[in-house]
Design a protein around this ligand. Structure first.
Ligand SMILES: [Fe+2]
Length: 196
């Protein structure tokens, strides 16, 4: 509910447990949207044939795409595995490569995996109460390393940053997050194909 003389501010409710909003529609990505993103293609196709599950969803409040604006929303990654790999977001660079982003974890357990165009990488744990700063130039992907509950976080970045998914679709991330002996582990991605 707003009070005042203008109507240019806005408030959106995001549930602290589910991350979902009754105020705006989420954008949804299903297993079938993740073709080419997982190492174990056969497992992915088997899962799609059985049930094309929702893997993650996120919100876009559609603030103007300008460098003076800040956009925000929640991102929810559901629990599960494709082969050994945890459910995750596609991941992206920003079109405006130098722009950074902040994620504040509300629920669950996982990682923010980051990678620069030069192949430097970092992974930061995400658990409730932890804010992760993603520096400019770093691609970023949320990974849900719990098989029990969704990974929910709130994010914010510059309004004109834009999403470049194509680079990650083509070259992948250098590291994969897999479950080994019941625990998350980062391994080299044998298909990593950085631009020369
Ligand atoms: Fe981003």
């Amino acid at each position: 509910m707003a009070q005042g003389t203008t109507n240019i501010s806005r408030s959106i409710h995001f549930d602290l447990v589910t991350g979902l909003s009754k105020d705006i529609e989420s954008l949804k990505r299903y297993l079938s949207n993740m073709r080419g993103m997982y190492l174990d293609n056969d497992s992915l196709e088997e899962k799609i044939a059985q049930n094309d599950e929702l893997i993650y969803e996120f919100h876009d409040p559609k603030v103007p795409e300008k460098d003076t604006e800040v956009t925000f929303g929640t991102s929810i990654t559901y629990p599960g595995l494709v082969g050994e790999e945890y459910y995750m977001t596609k991941g992206h660079f920003h079109v405006q490569l130098e722009t950074s982003e902040v994620y504040y974890c509300l629920k669950g357990f996982g990682y923010m995996l980051m990678e620069s165009p030069e192949g430097e990488w970092e992974a930061r744990e995400m658990r409730p109460g932890v804010a992760v700063y993603v520096p400019g130039r770093y691609a970023h992907r949320s990974i849900n390393a719990s098989l029990e509950e969704p990974l929910v976080s709130f994010f914010s970045f510059r309004g004109d940053a834009g999403h470049n998914y194509g680079t990650i679709e083509t070259q992948g991330f250098r590291k994969l997050c897999v479950q080994r002996e019941g625990k998350p582990e980062f391994i080299d991605n044998p298909r990593w194909n950085p631009k020369k």
